[in-house]
Design a protein around this ligand. Structure first.
Ligand code: C2E
Ligand code: MG
Ligand code: MG
Length: 617
């Protein structure tokens, strides 16, 4: 090791170790022994030489210890000694370090006061600083883990010196981290292993219990993984696992957990679910991770996995139980063949299967013309005259009973089919309106329901305008209905699009008003023209003073903001009377008309059937 000459300032004479400081003592000892002065002198010189030699050896030793960093500080904590190992450990050369304050050099800011206090307590009151593990600051700003011993020399003199002997712990820490990683994580995918997952899941379950929310645990097992390994080799099998882990991780929210629990098995936890609907979406998301083929050994391969799902709290209260039950569900899925999914509970499983079938059938229905629009009139509360028509989607499968939009619209939203469905509705409503206009029915507007998912699709509002143009319709001919949550969640580009429609004269109504968002202040920001008070308030208004109050308030606010107010679901004369007295503008409900096919509306508009009046239930 390149031994450095100690700095000049810090000569041997300055150090309290040396007996140069007490030359008289050696001399006194010599005199008292009765030897001659000359002999005494030469003896003292010998002692000094021996001392110097020993001090040099000591110094050489300090310099040559590659891993032991030694620093000396004076009573004000200024560096007086700094060996080569200190330079390696902290990055400062001896020249840079000397004269600097300990705390300015290697002490992290947060420890400054503590170090100064401890040093003072030692110098003034003799309270030593025990050896300790610390993280000190390298010249680069990085922290260096060290084990630090402290020694005070000349403690009771005018100039006590503190020496710090620091051993670099970087390698040990790194080894410790690696060991820790190896015991907690899977080295191939770098995902947590089963033990880590279990303890993290238990912590997550405690949060779900506090928030009173659901958690879904998904057990994923790659189908025929052994065959993949056999066919293309372990290396490619490993690549598949790494890529799948990556795909699953990319689809996670920060709060979700993911782990590899055995060779081809992964588990995922999705906390804080509020409704079962969230569950379908999340499970669909896991399935999507396998949708694209994997390129392995230069060939594209479709890989499938069996999935088992267990739910907290219904199927287990702790990590162990949930993992076991999701595993049981997964084993049942295996029996169903490749790519199957099973819930621990049968009824959830049946429901999922049914929903999958329904979506496939709905897609066919779009192609086979099984869909149509029915129209429900909205009448003036005062005159009973038909003012507008709400278009409501109807699906009558070739086989089986009609399916309600309340059932299939949410499914279409989840599967993405809503975009095609929405475009179809838009097109069909425009076609019908143009046909009616051509036959001289020029008064009524048609309102279509637009889902939030549709608005998220870029260009949807542009297509709406193009559709109006294509059918030679004016913006006033077709209106749209949106729920309040859709408005709240809309981003600025969607709002801008809606604003444009609004300024062009398209009527925009807030559907199911009062059931979604709880604050009314949003009303002043959004481009809307009407409120549709939800059926639930109308239904109970005659008997429930609270519902009546809410209804009255909604009508009042709507009018003050210059909006038209429509009441939905009016079924009785009593409700109608109440709404008329409250000055509600329009009434929609079975009391006047049920939704009906276009031809029935045409007969109604042409006066070939009596109306307005009570329709038979
Ligand atoms: P909505 O937009 O609030 O439509 C009103 C619903 O109330 C309709 O149900 C209508 O048939 C029903 N209704 C009308 N008057 C009465 C009444 O007096 N009593 C009772 N009990 N019900 C009445 P429908 O047709 O089953 O539609 C349900 C929901 O499905 C709609 O609620 C709407 O959110 C959605 N929907 C329907 N068609 C479409 C569509 O083309 N696109 C989209 N995105 N959603 C649609
Ligand atoms: Mg509606
Ligand atoms: Mg509604």
């Amino acid at each position: 090791m390149a031994g450095r000459e100690p700095p000049a300032r810090q000569s041997a004479a300055d150090l309290p170790l040396e007996d140069d400081a007490q030359p008289g003592e050696a001399g006194a000892r010599a005199v008292s022994a009765g030897t001659s002065v000359t002999a005494g002198h030469s003896e003292a010189a010998l002692v000094r030489r021996q001392y110097r030699a020993s001090e040099q050896r000591f110094r050489a030793l300090l310099e040559s210890l590659p891993k032991v960093a030694v620093q000396g500080y004076d009573s004000e904590r200024r560096v007086i000694y700094w060996n080569e190992a200190s330079t390696r450990l902290y990055g400062y050369s001896a020249e840079e370090a000397e004269g600097q304050l300990l705390e300015d050099l290697i002490i992290p800011d947060a420890m400054h006061q503590e170090v100064i206090k401890a040093h003072r307590a030692w110098v003034r009151h003799g309270i030593g600083i025990p050896p300790e593990e610390l993280e000190l600051r390298h010249k680069s700003g990085d922290l260096v883990p060290v084990f630090s011993h402290h020694v005070m020399l000349g403690e009771h003199t005018e100039s006590p010196l503190m020496f710090c002997v620091d051993v670099d712990l970087t390698d040990q820490k790194q080894a410790h981290r690696e060991l820790d990683f190896a015991t907690r994580f899977d080295s191939l995918t770098r995902l947590p292993n089963r033990q880590t997952f279990e303890s993290e899941l238990d912590a997550l379950l405690a949060t779900c219990a506090r928030h009173n929310t659901l958690l879904a645990l998904v057990y994923l097992d790659i189908d025929h993984f052994v065959e993949i390994n056999d066919a293309i080799g372990y290396e490619q099998g490993d690549r598949l696992l790494v890529e799948l882990a990556q795909r699953l991780r990319n689809r996670q929210r920060v709060t979700d957990l993911l782990a590899r629990v055995s060779s081809d098995e992964f588990v995922l936890a999705f906390p804080d679910l509020h409704r079962q609907e969230d569950l379908w979406r999340l499970v669909g998301n896991v399935q999507k991770a396998l949708r694209d083929p994997f390129v392995l050994a230069g060939r594209s391969r479709q890989v499938t996995a069996s999935l088992g799902v267990a739910l907290y709290p219904d199927n287990g209260l702790n990590a162990r139980q949930l993992i076991r039950n999701a595993d049981v569900a997964k084993n049942r899925a295996k029996l169903d063949g490749r790519g199957a999914l099973r819930f621990f509970e049968q009824h959830l499983h049946d429901e999922l299967v049914y929903q999958h079938q329904l979506i496939a059938l709905l897609e066919q229905a779009l192609d086979n013309g099984e869909l149509c629009l029915h129209y429900q009139p909205q009448v003036s509360a005062v005159s009973g005259r038909i003012e507008n028509l709400e278009a409501l989607l109807r699906w009558e499968p070739a086989e089986g009973p009609p399916v309600s939009p309340a059932e299939f619209i949410p499914l279409a939203e989840r599967s993405g089919l809503i975009h095609r469905l929405g475009d179809w509705v838009m097109e069909e409503a425009c076609r019908q309106q143009r046909a009616w206009r051509a036959r001289g029915f020029t008064e009524q507007r048609i309102d279509i329901n637009v889902s939030g998912h549709q608005l998220l699709c870029p260009g949807m509002l542009g297509r709406f305008e193009a559709c109006l143009d294509d059918h030679d319709l004016a913006p006033q001919d077709i209106g749209i209905e949106l729920t309040e949550n859709v408005l709240i969640e809309a981003d600025t580009s969607v709002l801008e699009g809606l604003r444009q429609l609004y300024h062009r004269g398209v009527r925009i109504a807030i559907d199911d008003f009062g059931t979604g968002y709880s604050s009314l202040s949003y009303l002043k920001h959004f481009p809307v023209t009407a409120l549709k008070i939800d059926r639930s308030f109308v239904r109970d208004a005659p008997s429930q003073p609270e519902d009546r109050a809410i209804m009255e308030a909604a009508i009042f606010i709507g009018h003050r903001l210059g909006l038209e107010v429509v009441a939905e679901g009016v079924e009785t004369a009593e409700q109608h009377t109440l709404l008329r007295e409250m000055h509600c503008d329009l009434i929609q409900g079975y009391y006047f008309y049920r939704p009906m096919p276009g031809e029935a509306i045409e007969r109604l508009l042409s006066g070939r059937v009596a109306g307005p009046g009570r329709q038979p239930g």
